[in-house]
Design a protein around this ligand. Structure first.
Ligand code: PTJ
Length: 253
């Protein structure tokens, strides 16, 4: 469906259409549409804008990624459908490896997602088929199979739109987890080292800008930024910002 750019809900409708197209093309699972519904509900509570808490988390994420030895961007169906170009730009700018890792795993989907990413400029996509040969401990879903040269040996991993299990297991293994999740209460948000409570369509372009801004900083400066960041406090701030936004609606609705 063609959506007019002057439609008041253009951005939201465009996201929905991208995901529906992703389902038709076998990139997104139907469960991905439900995940989007959950996310969009929280986005309303944020006023559909990037909060102060998200800005701080984005700065800390950029610093962690630039200071990392072996950073990886983990990509699932929703991420591939919504921000394939941004994944490619981030992978080049950091630089970071890109790995497909799916909750609803099938070789067919892995290949389709890899194709979408490559079309958008990602040079190498890890995690497809037999290359995800390492079993990561503590994960019950088929997400446990990872690429030993990617997520298996990464020190910092970006995990957008996750279910909680993997984020918890990766954190337990001592990896720095950057989550992008509109729900500040989710298990993923709480398990991550840095949670960006924002819509991925806003968060990834901002993360790219922040990477470019901090790119020439010394590693010691980057580590200070990361060490000053407190995820628990930041999540509480995200919730406060949602409450403040709702407060502004009192008597108006
Ligand atoms: O592609 P697959 O097979 O790996 O499956 C991907 C989904 C998303 C279906 C799977 O990981 C899943 O079921 O996720 P959950 O448990 O529904 O969690 C998704 C989280 O992402 C929820 O907390 C949502 O609030 C959040 N979310 C949804 N859309 C966005 C989002 N966060 C940021 N930006 C969004 N656009």
């Amino acid at each position: 469906m063609r959506i007019s750019k002057i439609h008041p809900r253009y951005k939201s409708l465009r996201i929905r259409e991208l995901l529906v197209k992703g389902v038709k093309e076998g990139v997104v699972v139907r469960e991905g549409l439900l995940a989007h519904g959950r996310g969009e509900a929280f986005d309303y509570l944020l006023g559909e804008r990037t909060s102060k808490a998200a800005e701080r988390a984005i700065e800390a994420s950029a610093a962690a990624l630039l200071a990392a030895k072996s950073p990886v961007l983990s990509v699932n169906g929703n991420t591939a459908a919504l921000v394939p170009q941004e994944v490619s730009r981030l992978a080049k700018a950091i630089p970071a490896k890109v790995e497909v890792n799916l909750f609803h795993r099938s070789l067919e989907r892995e290949k389709r997602i890899a194709m979408v990413l490559k079309k958008n400029g990602v040079r190498e996509v890890l995690g497809v088929g037999g290359s995800a040969s390492e079993k990561f401990p503590g994960i019950s879903s088929r997400r446990r199979m990872v690429d030993p040269g990617g997520i298996g040996s990464a020190d910092v991993i970006v995990v957008p739109l996750e279910d909680g299990d993997r984020a918890e297991a990766l954190s337990r293994a001592g990896k720095t987890i950057v989550a992008v999740d509109l729900n500040p209460l989710s298990r993923t948000s709480r398990a991550a080292s840095i949670t960006i409570v924002d819509n991925i369509v806003r968060a990834f372009p901002r993360l790219l800008k922040e990477i470019q801004r901090l790119k020439s900083s010394r590693k010691s400066q980057l580590r200070v930024i990361v060490s000053r960041f407190d995820n628990k406090k930041n999540l509480a701030m995200a919730v406060d910002e949602m409450m403040d936004y709702l407060d502004g609606w009192r008597g108006k609705a």
